[in-house]
Design a protein. Structure first.
Length: 251
């Protein structure tokens, strides 16, 4: 384990980007931010979330994040810039946060090198795929002829996924299928080297979960488990991390 854990609670690092918020009379202020649903999901399952504002220093030296944490969550958010994977933007691709893109990719790659457990959520699954050398499908509705995976008017969509047996994702949910919260228009293009597909959407077959069998825990899901208090995914993730922390502290 790359860090020490003295508090008894697993420390989970999350890189956050810049959005714009209102603070009383101050409007549209650039703000390092993350929905509290992520923080609450980590806390609810026995961990502590540590937020790291993205900057070029993190991109150049991701160890400054990883030295302080036991695990990493790559959170959801805006579209990843296509320049990250050497493509031109699709007309539906939103303006990226390039500083976050660089910082998060560096943290993901370094976490994989060190075998620090990592969970990617929606955009975070896409970033995990890029960390393994894959690419993105910039607009999934082009091939599906529908946008049922997107959120509408601030409400998450819901659909079913089916798990590949004997995968980390299937083990986390202890089920063959699950109904999940969805809010994306991008997905996996070319699968990254060494990754396996561990869930697909029903009935349209979109890749919904990817993982690396060669790592302690490297799983990405295209859905939003932080929106579902009954989701077992954070518990499975934190339990795996906690087991590694205890193993390293005993050795």
């Amino acid at each position: 384990m790359h860090s020490s854990n003295n508090s008894g609670r697993v420390k989970v690092g999350i890189v956050v980007g810049v959005e714009h918020g209102d603070f009383g009379m101050w409007k549209n202020v650039p703000t390092a931010m993350l929905p509290t649903t992520y923080v609450e999901a980590v806390r609810r399952t026995g961990g502590t979330a540590l937020l790291f504002p993205a900057d070029d220093e993190v991109a150049e030296n991701p160890d400054q994040v990883l030295d302080l944490v036991d695990a990493v969550i790559l959170a959801g958010g805006r579209d990843i810039g296509p320049a990250t994977y050497s493509q031109s933007p699709h007309t539906a691709t939103a303006e990226p946060d390039v500083v976050r893109d660089r910082a998060e990719l560096a943290v993901a790659r370094r976490a994989l090198e060190l075998d620090v457990p990592i969970l990617g959520i929606c955009r975070g699954m896409q970033m995990l795929n890029l960390a393994f050398g894959g690419t993105l499908d910039q607009h999934v509705p082009d091939s599906l002829a529908h946008d049922d995976h997107a959120a509408h008017d601030g409400v998450f969509g819901k659909h079913e996924v089916i798990f590949v047996p004997d995968t980390v994702a299937a083990g986390a949910y202890q089920s063959d299928t699950a109904t999940v919260h969805s809010a994306h228009h991008q997905g996996v293009g070319r699968l990254g080297d060494g990754l396996t597909v561990s869930a697909r959407s029903v009935p349209d077959g979109v890749i919904e979960a990817i993982e690396s069998p060669e790592h302690a825990f490297a799983l990405g899901v295209l859905w939003h488990p932080e929106q579902d208090p009954t989701s077992p995914l954070f518990r499975a993730f934190l339990d795996r991390v906690d087991g590694r922390v205890r193993q390293h502290s005993d050795s």
